[in-house]
Design a protein around this ligand. Structure first.
Ligand code: UDX
Ligand code: ADP
Length: 460
């Protein structure tokens, strides 16, 4: 019985993408019934509790308002598939760690299991929407699985990549730059595309809903992330040059970014980019290029990742050199562990690399982060060494020889660094991996300051 709802929507995968995206659809479209299912019962229990499994500003409010009204979280995948008209697939697609393409290609096992489960459970026609980032041509593979039996059920596969960034997911979903829908150019493909576009049209202006063929849509997602990551690697490469030549990377970024053809965004030099998407998507791009024999193109995109790896190790070497080439037994406070501010997510965070290398150098680590301590503990599990996790940055800094800022949390800009300086071992060092604190002021307080892409300010 389809009660008062005009549409039944299902999302398979209750993660960083599926959760917020579906919450926004439920929030904007009370006429639809939106269900999110996941194989992980703990995750579903968290979505149904007062403590959601992910931290995202503004998410709690919209989930709590819609939950039980037209937004539901469940582990009953079969029932969800049977009663829905449109199914979003948003399961994880990590980089393969084994076999052919290990370290590069996407691991599609979760995604293929989902396709098979849809096929097994569906008793009526469905529109399947690819939301997870997937290598180009996955929709075709999904079609092959879905079309492999002839039980009379028809499926139409659409690509609808998600462009939200963590930390700003709710505003990105509420006012997206664009909604991209890729479909087959057949009558049924175009009909499915219109049905999906109609959902977004509840709150997204028509001119922002962009339609393409499926392959272009899948590729656009990889390319968007590759271009963004490329900007960061470009400015980070220039940061290294600035450090050698005493130029200031922020001033260079400002001067360069004022050219409207370049633009000012995404030019903050840093300890390196992290997050679940950039590296994975570039690796996918590299893998596809190699597959088609485009080795020069593959090398070009691979270098974006290489610079990012360089950036992390360069940061570590700067710390080591500055601190008299020995970190053994020195207490070092990592300010931040999340891959960016306003999230508890630590996937591919540069802090993981820096922490592991500092432990290798036998430093005593103390990690503080407003939202990511639980994930930090999980990331460093099994690494032998002295590591403490504390909520209070002042406590973390007390007795430390150095602070390394890993995440651009606003809280870290606003700390009382005079108090912090007094509590630290001397000489006190600060390595600002995000260029967020006032370097001259900290220098005047007595710190030896090492920003990214700017001359160090030292008393030594
Ligand atoms: C990214 C894309 O922005 C988003 O469109 C896509 O859907 C998913 O991947 P996300 O990984 O959540 O989003 O965060 P993003 O804001 O892009 O930051 C990625 C990394 O780059 C972070 O580690 C961030 O700190 C770093 N970064 C960003 C910089 O180092 N410098 C910058 O100027 C911008
Ligand atoms: P993303 O950042 O892409 O959203 P996440 O790892 O946060 O990725 O979320 C993916 C979710 O998909 C996880 O909660 C995982 O348990 C779920 N998942 C993986 N495979 C399946 C499956 N076959 N059926 C249902 N859910 C799945």
């Amino acid at each position: 019985m389809k009660s008062c709802f005009t549409q039944y929507i299902l999302c398979i995968g209750a993660g960083y993408v599926g959760g917020p995206t579906m919450a926004m659809i439920a929030h904007k479209c009370p006429q639809y019934r939106v269900t999110i299912v996941d194989i992980n019962p703990e995750r579903i229990a968290q979505w149904n509790s007062d403590r959601l499994p992910i931290y995202e500003p503004g998410l709690d409010e919209i989930v709590k308002a819609a939950r039980g009204r037209n937004l539901f979280f469940s582990t009953d995948i079969e029932k969800g598939i049977q009663e829905s008209d449109i199914i979003f697939v948003s399961v994880n697609t990590p980089t393969k760690t084994f076999g052919v393409g290990a370290g590069m290609a996407a691991d599609l096992q979760y995604w293929e299991k989902t396709a098979r489960q849809i096929l097994e459970s569906a008793t009526s026609d469905k529109i399947i929407v690819e939301k997870s980032t997937l290598p180009v041509r996955t929709a075709r593979a999904m079609e092959r699985i879905l079309f492999s039996t002839h039980n009379g059920v028809r499926f139409e596969v659409l690509s609808n990549p998600e462009f939200l960034a963590e930390g700003t997911a709710i505003q990105d979903l509420e006012r997206p730059d664009r909604v991209l829908i890729g479909s087959r150019q057949t009558e049924s493909g175009l009909k499915a595309r219109s049905a999906l576009a109609e959902i977004y049209a509840n709150w997204v202006p028509q001119e922002r809903i962009l339609t393409t063929d499926i392959w272009s849509s899948e590729l656009s997602k990889l390319v968007a992330n590759a271009f963004l990551a490329q900007r960061i690697s470009s400015i980070n490469a220039i940061a290294a040059l600035c450090e050698k030549t005493e130029a200031d990377v922020s001033q260079v970024a400002k001067a360069v970014g004022m050219d409207p053809r370049i633009g000012p965004k995404f030019l903050n030099a840093s300890v390196g980019f992290g997050g679940s998407c950039f590296k994975k998507d570039i690796l996918n791009l590299v893998y596809i290029c190699r597959y088609y024999g485009l080795n020069e193109v593959a090398k070009y995109w691979e270098s974006v990742i290489e610079i990012n790896e360089y950036q992390k190790s360069h940061f570590l070497i700067t710390m080591l050199n500055a601190m008299f080439n020995t970190l053994a037994g020195k207490r070092i406070a990592l300010f931040g562990f999340a891959f960016k501010a306003d999230t508890g997510d630590t996937r591919e965070s540069p802090a993981i690399y820096i922490a592991a290398r500092l432990i290798e150098e036998q430093a005593d680590l103390v990690i503080t982060d407003p939202k990511a301590l639980a994930n930090a503990k999980a990331d460093l599990k099994g690494i032998e060494g002295k590591v403490q996790f504390v909520e209070d940055p002042y406590e973390a800094a007390t007795g430390s020889h150095a602070i390394a800022i890993m995440t651009e949390w606003r809280q870290f800009r606003e700390l009382d660094y005079e108090r912090i300086y007094r509590s630290m071992a001397k000489p006190a060092f600060i390595f600002d991996g995000r260029n967020i604190v006032d370097h001259s002021k900290l220098y005047r307080l007595g710190f030896n300051v090492y920003p990214i892409g700017k001359p160090a300010l030292t008393h030594l």
